[in-house]
Every structure is written in C-alpha cells, then in structure tokens.
Design a protein. Structure first.
Length: 140
C-alpha cells in the first residue's frame, strides 16, 4: 500500500472504503476533503481541521510530484473558493504554504477576494519567504 494511502487511512478512517479502492487517487481524496473541510468549519471540529490541513501540508512537503501537485491543484488552489470560509482558513496555513502557493492564489482567486485576502496573508508570505531564504543559505 502506498505511503500516502496508509497515512490517509490513519487521518481519515471514515473514508476507508474509498481509500481501499485501487482506483481512488490522492486527487480524489483531496476533492472529497473539500466538503469535509467546510463541514468541519461549520461544526467547529478542530480535530478534523487539524487532520485535513496536516495531511495537505504533509503532501505538499513530499518529493513525489503526485503528492505535492495534488495538494496544490486539488486542495490549496480551491481553499478560497468559498469566501465565507476564507478568514477561518488563514490561521490553519503555515507561512511555508502561504509563500509557496501565493502565486497560485493570485492567479486563481477572484480579484476582489484576492485583494481582501492579500493583506491578511502578507505577514505569513513574508515569513515564508524568509524561511525559504534561510533554507537556501543553509543548503537545505
């Protein structure tokens, strides 16, 4: 079993049937997590939010393109599709995620919404940029 699938089973046992289907991809998982994310915000379910954002960040840090790309295009790209959740999403994003997905959001988020979000995300983007520069300097 693929590492991502084992990890997803640990994080999302409620999706066991889907995750044990060989044709179910990490992209499918991220699309299934979107309504779960909204439901978790509505219910104030920090545990589920922690699992979803944690899994997405883990995928974004992997070297396998299938994982970081799925996290980018099937999860992070769509985080701000529902403006009523935007401000609640921001605290769950690391500075690294904000920095690495800034241009994606700039291109994909509705311009009026991006104008509003940009100022809310700017501090995290700058912190992520400093972290990336420090990692390059350290040779990491």
């Amino acid at each position: 079993m693929a590492v991502w699938r084992r990890r997803a089973l640990e994080h999302f046992p409620e999706l066991r049937r889907e995750l044990t289907d060989r044709d179910y991809s990490v992209y499918s998982l991220f699309f299934d997590l979107k309504p779960m994310l909204r439901a978790a915000f509505d219910a104030g379910d920090d545990g589920l939010l922690r699992r979803i954002f944690g899994f997405a960040e883990w995928c974004s840090r992997q070297t396998a393109q299938e994982l970081w790309n799925a996290a980018g295009v099937a999860f992070y790209e769509h985080l701000f599709d529902y403006p009523q959740y935007s401000e609640r999403v921001i605290p769950w994003l690391s500075s690294r995620i904000v920095f690495t997905h800034w241009q994606l959001w700039e291109a994909m988020v509705d311009p009026a919404e991006w104008s509003r979000l940009r100022s809310l995300l700017e501090g995290k983007r700058r912190a992520g940029e400093r972290e990336a520069e420090a990692a390059r300097s350290d040779g990491s």
